[in-house]
Design a protein around this ligand. Sequence first.
Ligand code: HEM
Length: 541
Amino acid sequence: MGGFIARKPDICQSPTVQSLVLFSTAYPFSTSLEVNLPAVSAGIMELLGILNGHWAFTWVSQDRFSLPVVAIISIWIVLFSYMFYNLYLHPLSSFPGPWYAAISDIFFARTIVSGHAPKTIRALHERYGEVVRVAPGELSFSSASAWKDIYTQRKSGEIFTKDHKFYITDDTLRAPHVNSIINVEEHAKARKILSPAFSSRSLLDQEDVVIKYADMLMVAIAEESRKGPLDLDMYYNWVTFDVLGELAFGESFGSVEARKTDLWISTIMSMVSFIAWAAALYRVSPMLEKMIGLLVPPQMKKAAFSHVMSSKSKILKRVKRGEGEKKDFCSYVLDIKDEMGLNDWHLTSYASFLIMAGSETTTTVMSSLTYYLCRTPRVYEKLKHEITSRTATFPYLTAVIHEIMRIFPPVPFGLPRIVSKGGETVDGIFIPGGTTVSVHSWSSTHNAKNFKDPDSFVPERWLDPDNTDNFSASNPFLLGPRGCSGQNMAWMEMRILIAKMVFLFDYELVDEKLDWVRDSPNMIIRQKVELLTKVYPRDVK
Ligand code: HEM
């Protein structure tokens, strides 16, 4: 027995215990809904005070446990109470979902970086229904009506804001850009200033650029295909990046011409993985996210850093060059530079986002379509017939593009938004304010309630007047004020590339066992998969 009065202060007064308690309460509850954080922390301190007055006090005073041990036990109690609270007392506790997703953010964080998020979340929807609690403060939806409820303006005039846990920004690697600005007014300003870049007039100029690079690509494919099978995913990547390079910086990456992947392109996937890791770590603890450099594989960190540095040098080169005859995307970003207080990191971030947003997505559509056309010769023949007969309009081509973006949405993830203060109704259900909500795109387009035979590639569904599918459940470009600005450009580019590919070539997959859905890892967006294809220029076969 030791003289505890002299040796042991009240454990609640210990700065170490206090900071541990505050940290362990603050960070888990910070992901929770409209919780009064000081009140929760005070409650837990009170609880520790009671413990201190009873067993902890006695046990420490009797030298059975040292102060650090009591602190650790106390933290376990706090964590246990947190999990218990999440499971049984939380405002979302009545929503369906697995217990392991409800108790902490770890399950969802792991899902983000697992590479299998679309499959995992779809399986949860199939098991628990159209609304699933995927994290303590987060609900995922898969119904058609939730899209409008979550992403468009509410009757009250409010818009659910983007969730900062996902759209993380800092002043260097992830400086805010048009897509990641959280503040509604600030975003509206940035979007408005950029809008001329996406007008119908600009689209006409952009079409010339797309045709130029699409023609170069066709020549490259025709010539290279004589040497053996081609990884078409890489070829599509070259062309979409070159187009965006020219449109964004007034200078392409020169990949189609050199038939070689630029360093910028080769590091972009590491940047996306880095962003996915940041989002995953931030959910577990903002402190962990700050240590991301120590936690992700060194090659990923190196590639992400090199990507940012090459983006920065590209944008600075563009700024130095000044305005040319034609405006590029950078011209519009530079127009808002002073008004919005953008520094070099912001400019880098804008450029990097615009290029990534406009190229990886389109590449995904092109590669996925090549795969599905090879696997569904009926559709390929029908499309070939439409394109080679040069009709005035191409309704089947349009249906094919809708269907490929349904079966393999380029952004398959649920884009998270925060329910406004006071709560709102989503899909007919009242959701408390502060809840993170999203429509999981992949689950919505593979929900059998929305689409018959959701795993079958059937473009005809988009043309059949008697079809009963719910087309409003497929929104590859999102809806509302935060929807894709470049969708007209994307449609134009996809139509040109697909029409040229189908007009000029027949193709066949080399790997008979390739399963595009199973074999495409996903980190927010699809990661690269080799799409080795034997290409036959039509008159050669
Ligand atoms: C098939 C191709 C494409 C798909 C499926 C697609 C999809 C999307 C989606 C889902 C968003 C919303 C992201 C979010 O809320 O976090 C988005 C935003 C955006 N996309 Fe696209 N996109 C495509 C092509 C393009 C192209 C070619 C451009 C042109 C550069 C572009 C520019 C943008 C921009 C600027 C935003 C941000 C809009 C804002 O926040 O105001 N996208 N896109």
